[in-house]
Design a binder for this molecule. Sequence first.
Ligand code: BGC
Length: 402
Amino acid sequence: MGAFPEGFLFGTAQSAHQVEGGNVNSDWWAWEHAAGTPCVEPSGDACDFYHRYGDDIALMADLGLNALRLGIEWARIEPEEGEFSRAAFDHYRRVLVSCREHGLAPIVTFHHFTLPRWLQAKGGFLFDRFAALFERYCRRTAAALGDLIAYACTINEPEGLGEGGFVLGVNPPGRKGDIDGMWRVAANLLEAHRRGAAAIRAEAPVPTGVTLALPDLQYEDGATPGEHPVELNARVSDQFFELARDDDFVGVQTYTRNRFGPEGARGPHVDWGQGLPQETAETTQLGQEVYPQALGNTIRRAWQRTGGTPILVTESGIATAFDEKRISYVDAAMREVLASVAAGIEVRGYLYWSLLDNFEWSLGYGPTFGMVAVDRQTFARHPKPSAHWFGEVARARALPAL
Ligand code: BGC
């Protein structure tokens, strides 16, 4: 097995809402506290990353990592329509400066699932001025922070926004089975990405792209494509791949595969809103099949569908209580990256989801994706063996021999 290319980014990924804590002005905070939603617990103080970012960034640098994908929170930056917070921009500048000082390339996600409450009240992703408002938020933010950003991600997993909020009802606004709504959300998000990315590039010379939810869909003989939510998502991904032809990179986010036989979906899958299943040797705490090989297939698909747009693996991860299982998952996923690179595909980085055990949306704090455990009473960080293992891989720019 060869080495990873020089300059390859080794790091972790997170969103603002899942780690910062106290995100009271966002629609998710309201959703977590509303009666009748599937949320098992509120996000509360999360990992208090909002105040502890300095320690976490120093920890990553000590481990040997060189990149952090982090989210910024629209609800903090624009707390009411048209009112931009200088203090919020200053805060995020301090976070990005800290990344730079510690040799971490800051990869910044402008939108990761949450909306300011005022925007959700107007209709959220269905609001007819959504794309225009996103464009303005991107322009103002890139003007304030762009000089410090290494890569900009406009919208995280646009596929999941229609699915979670309109088909499954596990995200705000909590609609179920509204396929028409899902398609209207997708149309607005395509427009928002196009306009947001252009606004960012106009303000700062930052490579910009979208990060896509790409499970590996596998059809067995006799299976015919249908309307399963992950299949609808794949059609949304295809539309974004078209736009990504003109982008500077595309973010590939893959956790597992989804198999389809003649009778439809088969094999393990996540039952959002149904609580957590029992983790087994073959499945994760979310009920996903442990299948790190999926990443090679989705990297190839992204490369093909975009006609050769450079790739960043912006999320790859496993929810498990067993850290040795995490190490073997990441090892196998990173071997897929190396094989893709050897096949001539430009993959620029691998970002593990996630540094910390954090808030897994409606499933709360039960699933543990982190390479670092977080004490929920004291916020103390406890690196797991995988954190040290991953740091060594980054330092060596190579995986250990099998
Ligand atoms: C999302 C994250 C989430 C992770 C693990 C991704 O789809 O971007 O917010 O925590 O998967 O389920």
